[in-house]
Design a protein around this ligand. Structure first.
Ligand SMILES: C[S@@+](CC[C@H](N)C(=O)[O-])C[C@H]1O[C@@H](n2cnc3c(N)ncnc32)[C@H](O)[C@@H]1O
Length: 292
């Protein structure tokens, strides 16, 4: 059964009505989706996630698939919010450590509390590069994120890190001789073992200087009942990307060459909780490492 909290998060309430929504958001969250793709293409993981978060950038096929997931895992909306809260805590921590460059790969559709907004509360001069391989996410991000010269949106694929690092817009925005935080938040579980996600992360690591943070959150199979997990994976199998939840040991391997900051690789909600609403339900692990 869905808890009331889930219903609240998943409700189709225009963001303009939320008390904490900045006015600027009202414009874009209410604008109809006109991106150059169509709903008939099938469920898309970026837009399903948008639906879990209560966003408006999703089509009927996305909503239908997301509703299937919510029937299997009624806490998915809460877990998605918990993941966003982790992202915010992590980027704030990185900014407080003095990092001024952020490479957010698998950034998704713009939502409340985007990385540049959080980072600039600490360091207004920071550079943020958003990367996604999804056309809709990139189209919306380009349209909605500020044209301030320090926010860049790049179409790129985590599975091709060499191309991503060589992208002219990435090179123009980021000085790889200075620390850069690589954010891989809720994205690595869309990359199969055969696609070698550990090699991609290592390639990104090797492009950065010591002290550069790696921020990861990742769905897990640990503690998850096998049948619902199998059913959930079957839903994603029909979407734009398969779902590959991993055990703790496999997620930890992404941090090879990094020193984990306290408290290590832990359940998403347990990673350095601060004053933000603390969602106690999480479906995965989260951590931050600093490159040795
Ligand atoms: C669940 S959303 C996470 C969004 C955001 N990082 C967050 O945690 O709130 C996953 C995003 O990763 C993107 N993605 C999946 N595989 C990718 C890949 N190989 N390269 C780039 N982006 C990818 C999807 O398009 C989607 O926008």
């Amino acid at each position: 059964m869905s808890s009331p909290r889930v219903l609240e998060i998943g409700a189709r309430v225009p963001v303009a009505r939320r008390r904490d929504a900045p006015q600027r958001r009202t414009e874009w969250r209410e604008r109809p989706v006109t991106a150059p793709t169509d709903a008939e293409q099938g469920p898309n993981v970026a837009r399903m996630y948008d639906y879990y978060l209560g966003g408006c950038h999703n089509f009927a096929a996305d909503r239908a698939a997301a509703e299937q997931i919510l029937r299997i895992f009624p806490d998915t909306g809460i877990a998605a919010q918990a993941n966003r809260h982790f992202l915010r805590r992590a980027v704030r921590h990185a900014a407080e450590l003095g990092v001024r460059q952020f490479l957010d790969i698998g950034a998704g559709l713009p939502t409340q509390g985007n990385v540049h907004e959080i980072v600039r509360q600490v360091a207004p001069d920071s550079t943020v590069v958003y990367v996604d391989y999804d056309d809709v996410a990139v189209t919306h991000a380009r349209r909605l994120l500020p044209a301030d010269g320090r926010t860049t949106v790049v179409h790129g694929d985590l599975r091709r890190p060499g191309e991503l690092l060589a992208h002219p817009d990435v090179r123009a925005a980021i000085d790889f001789d200075r620390p850069v935080a690589v954010l891989l938040v809720a994205v690595l579980h869309f990359v199969t073992d055969a696609e070698q996600p550990w090699a991609s992360v290592a390639r990104l690591r090797d492009a950065t200087v010591p002290g550069s943070p790696l921020v990861v959150s990742h769905l897990t199979t640990d503690g998850a009942p096998p049948l619902p997990t199998q059913q959930g994976r079957a839903v994603y199998q029909r979407s734009s990307a398969p779902l590959v939840p991993r055990p703790h040991a496999d997620v930890l391997r992404f941090f090879d060459g990094y020193d984990l900051v306290d408290p290590g690789l832990v359940r998403v909600a347990e990673w350095r909780p601060d004053g933000e609403p603390r969602e106690r339900i999480s479906h995965g692990y989260a951590g931050m490492g600093l490159r040795r």
